[in-house]
Design a protein around this ligand. Structure first.
Ligand SMILES: Cc1cc2nc3c(=O)[nH]c(=O)nc-3n(C[C@H](O)[C@H](O)[C@H](O)COP(=O)(O)O)c2cc1C
Length: 336
């Protein structure tokens, strides 16, 4: 099997990465995706200025479990000295790599020049990246977009400059900042970066992969070293095992039954409770229920109840009711 490296870590190709997602790719969900075949996980983004101010909530985002490795901590920011110090703090937690977010499109962050805002100032983007590479004893990776807008799709050139700055891998979301999350991700420029004979670092493609077949298509068409899956994994951690089975063994895995979905959801909640206070674990799970229980006839009432339940007892009770009502052999047959 082909391999690539991030620093000294050797990883089978193609790799399947769980996208960093604020309030989604927390420890519990990363563990769950790892158990289901994700090769690499990355933290939710951590604000550099909050890290250097020692903000407890932000520092919590840096914690991870050994079983998550290879694992990267992602930081965002807009100022060289602050980001360098934040990267050093993140490195002291001993992840496998530090990932710099030059892709976030959120106005509050972009407005201050952070995230994809820095795509308007590529020289500074490269300068800060090079400073971080120099300052930390770990590999540094970057996640970014195609460019600022349709007239400024700079990624092919930028990728080369980032490689020269010493980064160990690059993840590219196939949209511009101006697109936010609209339209379809355009993978052609991701392919162009990968095909550039001057590029030798691993390239991970990202955007709109929601099925095993989609992952296979992206890898077949664009020859990336790995695919990064975000929204397609929410409430659907099976996507990693499904994609790997299809790509490595040509075998489509059966869709999980309602009982299997319920069990995964219960396991997810248990993991969330290990790492978060009850209130936050409950709120976090609400991001996943819709997909865990999608396409089940007459489920709406339960989905609403799950989304509004504020105590664990209520949720466990709902799980029992769901099991009783939807996990009979007849309902399983209808749903599949
Ligand atoms: C809820 C949510 C939170 C996100 N948070 C982050 C983040 O913290 N860092 C980051 O680099 N990208 C973040 N993203 C972007 C994703 O990592 C990914 O690039 C984007 O969703 C496109 O991939 P997808 O189509 O597979 O979802 C977030 C996306 C979503 C939907």
């Amino acid at each position: 099997m082909d391999k690539f490296h991030i620093g000294k870590i050797e990883i089978d190709k193609p790799a399947f990465l769980l996208s960093p997602m604020e309030e989604v790719s927390d420890r519990a969900f990363r563990m769950l995706c790892k158990e289901n075949g994700a090769d690499i996980t990355i933290s939710e983004f951590a604000a550099s200025d909050a890290l250097i101010r020692d903000v407890e909530m932000t520092k919590k985002k840096l914690q991870f479990d050994e079983r998550e490795r290879p694992f990267g901590i992602q930081i965002f920011g807009n100022q060289e000295t602050v980001m360098v110090e934040a990267a050093q703090i993140a490195a002291s937690y001993q992840p496998d790599f530090i990932d710099i977010n030059w892709g976030c499109p959120v106005k509050k962050i972009v407005g201050k020049g952070g995230g994809s805002g820095m795509l308007q100032n590529p020289d500074l983007l490269v300068k800060i990246t090079a400073a971080i590479v120099k300052a930390v004893p770990l590999p540094v990776t970057v996640k970014t977009r195609l460019g600022w807008d349709d007239n400024n799709k700079i990624i092919v050139n930028l990728a080369q400059k980032l490689q020269d700055a010493g980064i160990a891998a690059l993840s590219i979301h196939g949209r511009t900042r101006a697109q936010m999350y609209r339209g379809n991700a355009d993978w052609t420029l991701i392919g162009a970066v990968k095909q550039n004979p001057l590029i030798h670092i691993p390239i991970f493609g990202n955007g709109d992969i929601v099925s095993a077949k989609g992952a296979r298509q992206a890898i077949d068409n664009y020859h990336v070293d790995g695919v990064m899956i975000g929204r397609g994994s929410i409430g659907n951690p099976w996507i990693f095992a499904q994609a790997k089975s299809l790509i490595f063994h040509g075998k489509e895995l059966p869709l999980p039954t309602i009982k299997e979905r319920l069990n995964m959801c219960k396991h997810h909640l248990q993991l969330a409770l290990q790492y978060k206070e009850e209130h936050y674990a409950i709120i976090n799970m609400q991001k996943h229920y819709k997909t865990y229980f999608k396409d089940i006839d007459h489920f709406k009432e339960y989905r609403i109840k799950l989304m509004t339940a504020s105590h664990l007892d209520e949720i466990y009770h709902l799980f029992d009711e769901i099991e009783e009502k939807f996990c009979t052999s007849k309902t399983e047959k209808d749903a599949n």
